[in-house]
Design a protein around this ligand. Structure first.
Ligand SMILES: Cc1cc2nc3c(=O)[nH]c(=O)nc-3n(C[C@H](O)[C@H](O)[C@H](O)COP(=O)(O)OP(=O)(O)OC[C@H]3O[C@@H](n4cnc5c(N)ncnc54)[C@H](O)[C@@H]3O)c2cc1C
Length: 290
């Protein structure tokens, strides 16, 4: 490794990346350091982003959008953002161990773009947008357009993830994850659902169920149509089952040591039906109180 660059501001970070596009950004290091320690990567240099204050900030604009800096840790999301981003906060609780949650960031999860990244299904379900930055300016990318394949994304060599924009306060959200145990586990299947009472839409994000994190669009359309948004009546068992089947149908899972493709499809159908019921119960409760 020939360089270790430590910018103290976002402009400086962008200039460094433009000057040396081979520099590998380093946020919490919980993915990067594993690659280095196991000698799977020997980067030309590292761009340490931990001293860039802009990346560690979050704010809510007009009460509608949460702008979450790429360098905000999972521990802070759990502590500070449960109200604004409930599915992301729940997902953050399932990431690694306390040490990993103290270091790991959503920017790093996006940078790695693992199909099983836990922060990613909530971003998909809520219809979030990724803000990228470079010396050429900023650009916004819809989350479903960000991932291009397993561990691949649209980031250009001179770009960094600056932040993620999530809609806030629109309705109940859920995150569920299946794994062989409750902690320190890569998802075998993960699902986030987000109900948007304003637009009467249901969003569904899936992890570890396809070569990249995906939405389940047909299931979203079905649930958005089938739910009784005005009357608020309960979900019929057939509707929950159909929703589960459509979510499972959206997946293209692999067989691997952690689970078979058939198991993953079955698990996500169960998760989906349950999550929709839980989110709908919460929606009805909020509606009757409000
Ligand atoms: C023991 C252990 C347990 C884990 N458990 C989980 C888990 O349960 N769920 C889960 O999803 N993940 C898990 N991970 C993986 C990892 O913790 C997450 O992917 C985490 O979000 C990475 O964040 P980070 O800040 O540490 O990223 P880093 O390791 O610093 O970076 C990860 C990637 O993103 C790039 N990057 C970072 N920041 C930026 C930026 N601002 N702009 C552009 N590129 C950037 C880096 O160059 C690198 O390619 C685990 C890892 C370990 C070691």
């Amino acid at each position: 490794m020939t360089s270790f660059v430590q910018p103290v501001g976002l402009d400086e970070a962008c200039e460094a990346k433009a000057a040396e596009p081979d520099l590998v950004p380093l946020a919490g290091g919980t993915d990067v350091m594993v690659e280095l320690n196991f000698r799977r990567a020997r980067p030309h240099g590292l761009l340490d982003l931990t001293r860039v204050p802009e990346l560690r900030e979050w704010s809510v604009s007009d009460g509608c959008w949460l702008r979450l800096g790429a360098g905000v840790s999972y521990a802070r999301i759990i502590k500070e953002l449960g109200g604004h981003a409930p599915a992301l906060a729940t997902a953050s609780r399932t990431v690694g161990s306390p040490q990993i949650r103290n270091r790991g960031t959503v920017g790093g999860n996006l940078g790695t773009s693992s199909p099983a990244g836990d922060a990613l299904p909530p971003l998909l379900a809520t219809g979030s947008t990724v803000e990228l930055v470079s010396v050429r300016g900023n650009r916004l990318v819809r989350i479903e357009d960000f991932f291009t394949g397993p561990k691949e994304n649209v980031l250009l060599p001179d770009e960094l993830v600056a932040a993620v924009w999530l809609p806030v306060g629109r309705g109940p959200q859920q995150f569920s994850k299946v794994g062989p145990r409750n902690a320190m586990v890569i998802a075998v299947a993960a699902l986030a659902t987000a109900l948007d009472g304003e637009s009467r839409r249901v969003g569904v994000g899936l992890g570890a169920l396809a070569p990249r994190p995906i939405r389940a669009v047909e299931a979203e359309d079905f649930a958005s149509w089938a739910l009784d948004w005005d009357g608020g009546s309960g979900i019929h068992a057939d509707v929950a089952a159909r929703f589960g089947a459509l979510v499972a149908g959206a997946c293209a899972p692999i067989d691997d040591v952690r689970g078979s493709s058939a198991y993953r499809r079955h698990a996500v159908a169960v998760l989906a039906a349950r999550s929709l019921r839980w989110a709908w119960q919460e929606y009805r409760k909020d509606k009757s109180c409000g």
